[in-house]
Write a protein that binds this ligand. Structure first.
Ligand SMILES: [Zn+2]
Length: 253
């Protein structure tokens, strides 16, 4: 009954994504007078490199790409995942490569030992493709944050990003950064200019996440036009568009 199991998994992910924020500790402060915006990608589909990275570069800014090595080169019905060469290209062009686990499973489903081994494996993969630079930041597969993994994650990464749908402001748990999805429907994705207006009005750190950037996007992606609209709007609104690592430097974390 894989379908029932999938549905149950989705439900647990949705519930835990909502409830999990109650377990956040708040040891760091997002204090900034300049609005900060980060564009991040998860998995990562090759169109995030071909279209997404190119659009960011057109505006002179860079993104963070959370890579799961186990997906490398995988061809799915609606998307193809980035190859090792694609990762190398991203890093060489100045983008940040983050960790998204190796085998892309919800963090709660690993035993402690298997989680550590999986993270080692992804670090080895990223090291291989990006000249031994270790990933500094992590994004939870399925945005399913898992506080029980906090110690292992804190030991390895500066931050971990989940969903949560809001702007990071004030006291913030670095192992549970909030992200805003650039997803279908397209008009909802285009409407995210409002969230940029919000962070421009009251500075904080807005982290977007997306997947594919394609003329016919999956439910988890958007079109190149919409992505460009958001990047341009952030730049023209006076936001500083930074990779996650650069934003952390800016915040002094
Ligand atoms: Zn993912």
């Amino acid at each position: 009954m894989p379908e029932t199991a999938n549905r149950l998994g989705d439900l647990v992910n949705r519930l835990s994504n909502r409830l999990i924020w109650k377990f956040a500790s708040r040891p760091k402060e997002v204090r900034t007078t300049v609005p900060l915006v980060s564009f991040t990608f998860d998995d990562v589909p090759d169109s995030a490199l071909d279209a997404g990275a190119a659009i960011l570069e057109k505006y002179g800014v860079f993104g963070t790409f959370y890579i799961a090595g186990g997906l490398a080169g995988q061809v799915e019905e609606e998307r193809t995942l980035i190859s090792p060469e694609g990762c190398r290209d991203l890093a060489a062009r100045g983008h940040e490569l983050g960790c998204h686990t190796f085998s892309h499973k919800a963090v709660r489903s690993y035993s402690a030992g298997s989680f550590a081994r999986d993270l080692d494996r992804n670090a080895a993969y990223l090291g291989q493709v990006a000249g031994n630079r270790q990933p500094q930041n992590f994004a939870f597969p399925y945005n399913a944050a898992w506080p029980a993994a906090r110690r292992e994650l804190r030991r390895r990464f500066r931050t971990c990003r989940a969903g949560g749908g809001g702007i990071n402001r004030g006291p913030t748990d670095p192992t549970m950064l909030k992200g805003v999805g650039i997803e279908q429907p397209e008009d909802k994705a285009r409407g995210l200019t409002r969230v940029i207006d919000e962070v421009a009005r009251e500075p904080g750190w807005l982290i977007f996440y997306g997947h594919d950037i394609a003329a016919r996007p999956t439910p988890y992606g958007c079109t190149p036009e919409t992505f460009e609209l958001l990047v341009r709007h952030a730049v023209e609104s006076g936001c500083e568009v930074l990779t996650v690592a650069r934003a952390l430097d800016r915040l002094g974390w």
